[in-house]
Design a binder for this molecule. Structure first.
Ligand code: PLP
Length: 404
């Protein structure tokens, strides 16, 4: 059982007010709030350890390096990667996907090759592939979905050809909440001899992810969506692939030797980490992962499922409510529209009542086109949210509805 009252005291921001109302923070899909241990880790490291990593013989540099590298081990353990050499620090999911599109595209893609994505991808899992398409003449193929927001697996299977080079799909949709059957989808890709990248931005914070069990070839996520700091993210990649990929950016850290004639690149994972890393951020990310691990990802998933089920039932009682995304398996994201009230109006008025939700296309415009809508209102939950907060949102939506 999760002790919510105690957990909430770890997140000072949750007890603040906005417009004289208690804050109800339901924008966790965009970013999560930070527990004290994460914020304190940042201050502590700057105050007492700060020095650039990897390069120094002096005490502070070695201590900072130890913290940074032990954070890599914390990440490895958290997603059950085989080796720390498979954990690349990036700025976030977006950079992780761009890194792969650039390096994988360079090494493995040429004119006429195909990459499979899905209709429910975030722009960060569409645009890097479009940029690759423009550079290399690669074609994108898109897995369609049904009206409930579930990917059509038969259609997926039929998209493969001998030209398919990569599958890149989201684990959990940031709009519909759909939990895609990625283990099965990866197995399908492998049956065609194709590797798969999973966008884990919306899954890692909410469900236990085991990259070996999924057999994912690449897996990307963002620290700030899992209670860690902004500016740090992860690209996991199987060593067998990472070894074959060229570096993403050039500079310090990613080299072994440089002369004007020839540069020898560093070993994994440093080959992909040019320049000074956000070592303060990686330590803080490890604190966030330790924090959620202490609560337990299974408990978190069970509690958030309970919250989402409760919210769905309560929202359905509202007249004119339309929930967008009714997949069988859903994460803690609910998108909705009420009557013909514009999402922006709903979001703005809810904000005045203390409820922070997100509105708009959620960086998934192709999905909005598929749904035939401009945008939605999105409430996304974290383990520090409560049923009372959901009640407050439902009451606030009723108030807004009556105003129209
Ligand atoms: N992928 C999904 C499914 C997301 O929801 C998001 C952010 O909302 C991203 C990728 C991009 O994450 P970031 O902005 O942290 O790089």
């Amino acid at each position: 059982m999760i002790d919510i009252a105690k957990i909430r005291t770890d997140f000072p921001i949750l007890s603040r007010q906005v417009y004289g109302k208690p804050l109800v923070y339901f924008d966790n899909g965009a970013t999560t709030q930070k527990p004290r241990c994460v914020v304190e880790s940042i201050a502590d490291e700057y105050y007492s350890v700060n020095a650039n990593v990897h390069r120094g013989v002096h005490f502070l540099s070695q201590q900072a390096t130890e913290l940074h590298e032990s954070s890599r081990e914390t990440v490895r353990r958290f997603i059950n990667a085989r080796s720390i050499t498979e954990i690349i620090f990036t700025r976030g999911t977006t950079e992780s996907i761009n890194l792969l599109a650039s390096s994988f595209g360079e090494a493995f893609c040429s004119e006429g090759d195909e990459i499979i994505i899905s209709v429910m991808e975030h722009h960060s899992n569409i645009v890097p592939w479009q940029m690759l398409a423009a550079r290399k003449g690669v074609t994108l193929k898109v897995i369609p979905m049904n009206d409930k927001g579930e990917l059509l697996l038969d259609e997926y299977e039929s998209l493969f050809s001998e030209k398919t080079k990569l599958v890149s799909v989201t684990h959990v949709s940031n709009v519909l909440g759909t939990i895609n059957p990625v283990k099965e989808m990866i197995a399908t890709a492998h049956a065609h001899g194709v590797p798969a990248l999973i966008d884990g931005a919306q899954s890692v914070p909410h469900i236990q992810v085991d990259v070996q069990d999924l057999d994912a070839d690449f897996y990307a996520f963002s620290g700030h969506k899992i209670y860690g700091p902004t500016g740090v993210g992860i690209l996991y990649g199987k060593g067998q692939y990472l070894d074959q990929l060229p570096p993403y950016q050039g500079g310090g850290e990613m080299i072994q030797t440089v002369s004007f004639e020839k540069t020898v690149f560093n070993e994994l994972p440093f080959k992909f980490e040019a320049g000074t890393p956000d070592y303060i951020g990686t330590t803080a990310l490890a604190k966030a992962l330790d924090y959620v691990s202490a609560i337990g990802m299974e408990s978190i998933a069970a509690y958030e499922h309970e919250l989402t089920t409760y919210a769905t039932e309560r929202l359905r009682t509202i007249e004119g409510m339309r929930i967008i995304g009714e997949a069988e398996r859903k994460g803690s994201v609910i998108s909705f529209l009420v009557q013909d009230i514009h999402p922006f109006d709903m979001g703005t008025l809810l904000d005045r009542l203390g409820i922070a939700v997100r509105t708009g296309h959620h960086c998934a415009q192709p999905l909005m086109i598929r749904l035939g809508i401009e945008g939605t209102v999105r409430a996304s939950f974290a383990f520090y949210n409560t049923k009372e907060e959901i009640d407050s949102m439902v009451t606030a939506i009723e108030r807004v509805r009556k105003m129209f």
